[in-house]
Design a protein around this ligand. Structure first.
Ligand code: NAP
Length: 494
């Protein structure tokens, strides 16, 4: 019997108003139905918002250190259930077990880190220009938060939003990606177990258009926190503009790794392999362009192709597997289409390029690790986000040329430079216009206590991670307390 899952509204697990459900299937074996999840509708959105509004009235008054105590409970529960959570995640979205364990670990790290902020949430005190006057700035919660998340980090990304929103005293309504409702359900179930009061966290599944859009546009929502594609991000931004909601958008990437001729080549190759094919290339920070100094192009490319060909592709639950399937058939089709575009535009396909469909691969959405050489910077495969195991190798003359190619992108999330030269490293750190730059490691590998986000079409200026995320989920209030016993006029009586 396949399990029917429910929405979580006002602290109760409830059937959707529509009475309809969608299937969650395993991308490594499409025959396996993991569960049935609510195809929710407008009535469910409205119900969740009404419950969250009630719950917020009390939650915002709970002292932040007390809110944090519940979040510490949550972190401990995620630790306790880590292995099972990781296995569920591999089954529903395909990435290999060491990576899904990493995804869960990121949620643990985020929860411990931000729960610690419950005893800080630091504001400022500052002297007044006048005598007998005190002033300070403090953080206040905003109200209701709509969280819309993608499928590629089904627990880490929700934790980046939910934990800071809660520690600041907001109530959240969470709509996960349709491809990964189980990991989202698992997280919410642990929130309940940890003791988060009823209604403070709500969970509704369903499509972006029937649940996501009405949720985001509801007038009671004060903050929209979205991670996903730039196209949908732009739509949501427009939907929220006239009501002046706070909107945080974490979107696509076309991340580049530079390999200079003075780089440690073995290290660069390992980094290129992990950055390009980790999570089957389905990371917003995936390495999708490798910009190689002309002096070492042949040596780098030959070794890179050999290593990519040796990667073991398969079911992520098998400990031998190094690269899992794509998340869905449509993602597999998109990747195949981009391979055709690359060939047509004149790039040289030097590794992979095909769907894997025989034997053990027959029931999943597998694709070969794919490398294009002789790519030029304006080709579509060098400009557009593919979100699959396809990497473009581009030649550069020197560090200036390489940096120019890195910056020639509509996106601006992550970048990386392999070099032994401190001069090249610091020039890259200064001149590359992305939110993240790695030196001597690939474009992936963010840690939760540093700000995370990007420039250009990757973001709208906000950051997740770090203590900077608190600015998204709270408002600053400046407070002036006059104890002089008389009217003191700023800028006039001072
Ligand atoms: P997506 O298609 O934009 O979907 C993201 C979320 O938005 C899903 O929950 C989706 O629901 C929902 N959605 C879709 N249409 C909507 C609408 N009209 N109104 C409200 N919500 C709507 O992106 P994806 O394919 O899941 O994820 C891949 C993208 O995410 C890539 O571009 C990747 O770079 C980006 N990403 C960025 C970061 C970052 O931090 N910068 C991190 C990870 C991923 P359904 O699932 O029901 O369609």
């Amino acid at each position: 019997m396949v399990q029917h899952y429910k929405n979580f509204i006002g602290g109760e697990w409830v059937e959707p108003s529509t009475g309809e459900y969608f299937e969650n299937r395993n991308p490594a074996n499409w025959d396996e139905v993991i569960g049935l999840f609510p195809k929710s509708g407008l009535a469910d959105v409205n119900k969740a918002i009404a419950a969250a509004k009630e719950a917020y009235k009390k939650w915002r008054l709970v002292p932040a250190p007390k809110r944090a105590e519940i979040l510490f409970n949550l972190a401990a529960l995620i630790v306790k259930n880590k292995e099972e959570l990781a296995r569920d995640m591999t089954r529903e979205m395909g990435k290999i077990l060491i990576e899904t364990r990493g995804d869960v670990q990121e949620a643990i790290d985020m929860t411990y880190f931000i729960a610690g902020e419950g005893r800080r949430l630091i504001g400022h005190t500052t002297p007044s220009e006048m005598m007998n006057k005190f002033q300070m700035s403090i953080r206040i919660p905003c109200g209701l938060v709509a969280m819309i998340t993608p499928w590629n980090f089904p627990m880490a990304i929700p934790s980046w939003k939910m934990i800071p929103a809660l520690v600041c005293g907001n109530a959240v309504i969470f709509k996960p990606a349709t491809d990964t409702p189980l990991s989202a359900y698992n997280l919410v179930k642990l929130c309940e177990e940890a003791g988060i009061p009823k209604g403070v966290v709500s969970f509704i599944t369903g499509s972006g258009s029937t649940v996501g859009a009405p949720l985001v546009s509801h007038p009671d929502i004060k903050i929209v926190s979205f991670t996903g594609s730039s196209d949908i991000g732009a739509q949501l931004n427009e939907m929220c503009a006239s009501s002046f909601k706070k909107v945080s958008l974490e979107m696509g990437g076309k991340n580049a790794m530079v390999v200079m001729d003075d780089a440690n080549l073995e290290m660069a190759l390992e980094g290129a392999l992990w950055g390009s094919f980790g999570t089957t290339g389905q990371r917003c920070t995936a390495t999708s362009r490798i910009i190689v100094h002309k002096n070492i192009m042949k040596k780098f490319l030959d070794a890179f192709i050999e290593k990519a060909k040796a990667l073991k592709v398969g079911n992520g639950l098998n400990p031998e597997t190094q690269m899992g399937p794509l998340v869905s058939k449509s993602q597999q089709e998109t990747v195949a289409e981009y391979v055709e575009i690359g060939k047509k535009d004149g790039a040289k396909l030097v590794c992979g390029g095909n769907k894997l469909t025989d034997g053990d691969y027959a029931k999943g959405w597998f694709f070969q690790p794919t490398i294009f050489a002789e790519v030029t910077r304006k080709m579509r495969i060098a400009q557009e986000e593919i979100f699959g195991p396809v990497v473009s190798v581009i030649e550069a003359k020197d560090i200036d040329d390489a940096i120019e190619i890195v910056n020639d992108s509509a996106y601006g999330l992550s970048s990386s430079v392999y070099t032994q030269s401190v001069n090249h490293a610091f020039q890259a750190i200064r001149d590359i216009y992305t939110g993240i730059t790695y030196i001597n490691s690939p474009t992936i590998g963010a840690e939760v206590h540093l700000p995370f986000g990007g420039t250009n079409a990757t973001g709208n200026g906000h950051r997740e991670g770090g203590i900077q995320v608190l600015d998204m989920f709270s408002e600053w209030k400046s407070v002036y307390i006059d104890f002089s016993g008389k009217l003191q006029r700023a800028q006039i009586d001072a």
